[in-house]
Design a protein around this ligand. Structure first.
Ligand SMILES: NC(=O)c1ccc[n+]([C@@H]2O[C@H](COP(=O)([O-])OP(=O)(O)OC[C@H]3O[C@@H](n4cnc5c(N)ncnc54)[C@H](OP(=O)(O)O)[C@@H]3O)[C@@H](O)[C@H]2O)c1
Length: 357
């Protein structure tokens, strides 16, 4: 039996997302094209690193580093995964790039487009791989849905969509050091979860590739509580096609339904359902067969673990092939997303200290 190509990961930070990511790296699945090894953990302390490895990497023996810098210098790490709060992504990426490491960095890629451009420029100069960990885009459901929309024209001409992410967070009750409370860490619903409805709007309304990206017109409002942006509503409008999206993110209410995105077209609509806008599980095409009557066709997407394996596989294969960018989440798309979120925040009145740097 031939050996699978192997990618050795260096995990930066031991928070929630890092624990989810490492669990999925080693999840049981059929037909794997690549093997993942949890090679090293970098943390603010060796105790935290050891505890993380004990709890979340039971079948691995990663090297534990009491700093991120030491991890970047480990020659046995092929790709660094950055799971720190948003405000640290820029510096973590710049440090890893300086050490010549390939990088998968959690979303949002940075606090604003200026930071994102700085990091991507540094990666380009150094010739390393770097990608934003927008795991939603790597899920097979997204590629299949785009086929239904833009190749099969399953609901006719696409005209508008709505998508939202409700994550109840009682910001006022959190310690001032929480990343949900501290604006220095990038607190706010848009960068945390609003990026997912925005992603649905981009992937379902815009069939263009990364060479030809359109910046939609934006109309946005934001609400703040305890100094933190807790609700964001946005209308996106594509001038070229007239397509529109209404997207929303909030910390103030629980989800009222499992429909995370609804896309309308001239011949029907599609409901994407799931736990939330980052965890889609299925989509149903409702095609109009006569006025007001719809025929439903459901497409289910069971996935191993939580579904991080798709972005992990694609990243590993890119790194092993010596690519510098992801075809699924190209640099130009990361910049477009950051520019849109910058404009939403400009209209909504959310300013981070990093914007004034
Ligand atoms: N893709 C997804 O579905 C998803 C889900 C959740 C979060 N995320 C993203 O992942 C990033 C981290 O989120 P999280 O929920 O995992 O955060 P978290 O649980 O608060 O963990 C963040 C980790 O970063 C390190 N860190 C370094 N400096 C820190 C500081 N000053 N304050 C707090 N932590 C610090 C800590 O690890 P050490 O002490 O070990 O260094 C900490 O455990 C965010 O950018 C978020 O948007 C993505």
């Amino acid at each position: 039996m031939s050996e699978l190509p192997t990618c050795r990961w260096g995990i930066v930070a031991t928070g929630l997302i890092s624990s989810w990511f490492v669990a999925d790296l080693v999840v049981e699945r059929d037909g794997a094209k690549v093997k993942h090894v949890i090679q090293a953990i970098g943390s603010s302390s060796s105790e935290k690193g050891r505890e993380f490895a004990f709890k979340h990497c039971p079948n691995a023996t990663p090297t534990i580093y009491a700093s991120y810098t030491e991890l970047y210098s480990d020659p046995d790490v092929d790709c660094v995964y950055i799971g720190t709060p948003h405000s640290f992504h820029r510096q973590n990426c710049l440090d890893a790039i300086a050490a010549g490491k390939n990088i998968l960095c959690e979303k949002p890629f940075a606090i604003n487009a200026r930071e994102a451009r700085e990091v991507l420029e540094a990666a380009k100069k150094k010739g390393v791989y770097i990608a934003e960990a927008m795991w939603l885009r790597h899920r097979p459901i997204v590629a299949d849905l785009r086929k239904v929309l833009f190749e099969q024209h399953g609901i006719g001409e696409v005209s508008f969509l709505s998508s939202q992410y409700n994550l109840p967070v009682d910001v006022a009750s959190l310690p001032s050091t929480s990343r949900y409370r501290d604006v220095k860490l990038g607190a706010g619903s848009l960068l945390d979860v609003g990026i997912y409805p925005l992603t649905w709007a981009l992937v379902c309304l815009d069939p263009s590739d990364s060479q030809n990206l359109e910046l939609p017109n934006i109309l946005a409002a934001q609400t703040h509580s305890s100094g933190v942006e807790v609700t964001t509503s946005v209308i996106l409008h594509y001038a070229s096609t007239g397509r529109q999206a209404t997207i929303l993110s909030t910390f103030t209410a629980a989800p009222a339904s499992n429909v995370v995105c609804r896309i309308h077209g001239s011949k029907g609509y599609i409901d994407v359902t799931g736990h939330d806008a980052s965890h889609p599980a299925s989509f149903t095409v409702y095609r109009e067969i006569s006025q007001g009557k719809f025929e439903a066709q459901e497409h289910d997407y069971p996935h191993p673990g939580q579904g991080f394996i798709y972005e992990a596989d694609n990243t590993a294969l890119d790194v092993l092939a010596h690519h510098t960018e992801s075809a699924t989440m190209p640099w130009a798309e990361t910049i477009r997303v950051m520019e849109i979120m910058d404009e939403i925040r400009r209209q909504g009145g959310t300013v981070y200290p990093q914007d004034q740097a």
